[in-house]
Write a protein of this length. Sequence first.
Length: 391
Amino acid sequence: MRKAILSFLIKVWNSKKSDLKSVLLGFILIGILIYIPTGYESAIIYQGTEKVKATILITDNNTIRDVGLIRSGEQVCTVRIEQGRFKGEILQAVNLLSGSLSQDKIFQLGDNALVVISHDGDMITSVTMIDHYRIEWEILLMIIFAIFLILFAGPGGLRALQSFVITVLCLWKIMIPYCLNGGNAIFCGFVIVTFLIVIIILFVYGFDRRSLTSVAGSMLGVLTACMLGMVFTNTLKIHGAIMTNSESLLYSGYESLNLTQIFMASIFIGASGAMMDLSVDITSGICEVIRKKPDIRKWEAIGCGMRIGQAAMGTMTTTLLLAYAGNCITQLMVFMAQGTPLINILNYKYIAAEILQTLAGSFALVTVAPFTAVVGGILLTNQRSIKPFIK
């Protein structure tokens, strides 16, 4: 069976259809990444427990105390276990309330919940409510997304889905464990972004000159964002602790982490998708012009690429602004409600961090457009067809 599968994979790889090669490469990478261990799979605090779905049968809110918007105390729920070795058992579980609107949850009759069952062999010692059970709906949403993507984009949609999965796995399986182990986040982030840019663009174009053009343009943008992030994070005296939950890491036994390096890496990682998008748009535009006019001169092709970049940069920079602004909209509302002066707002380090992320990414996009246009004009012109770069 293994020989048959291996033989089939070799035939696909040796075929002249680059689409099949890209899809095969995607599945190989996903398989490898899935089996890479993070080293954090068996945390001590979760040993001797089962995390399962349960249905709420009865709720007891008598010990909950309400003070304005704040609710504290505990909710006692009678639940029926729906999964695992204790399936079918009816138990009492505790839902602890800390007074935090963002963290607390209240269960109602018929709700599904994720519970943690602590046990010693077959004897249950405690049952704790974690949160509402959302896994099934999340899986359904992902399946619908995948179906629509493949239906509308065909093989390209499948490759886009593979790119999505590979990106998630690279960050979860490689970068996060590497940083937790004290590695240099900037180095790791740059290597992973480079890898993702190459793989994703190969999925789009295959092994040809267009891929080289788009990769070159994207990488210049990543380098620019990386340099700006490193320089201005220090200049603006921004500490990485401004990132959500970052201080919790320090207090959880990871006090040696360099949070500022992680913040610097987040700047170019967050903007790398927009850089790839812009680079691919310009490359595709130049290719279409060349197909319509194969004898076009280099400077004419470069000029076409520049004009495409000028049109796209306005929307791309706004996209970055909206993405980062959306994360702090409630904070801006607080400033307005309190009448905080604008000069104070601009000097707060978490606002300065958002400004740095937006401007560093936008500045990088400005470099991506002309560089991609120049490289595309040089590599792609005077070709009767877009010849493969790698044969």
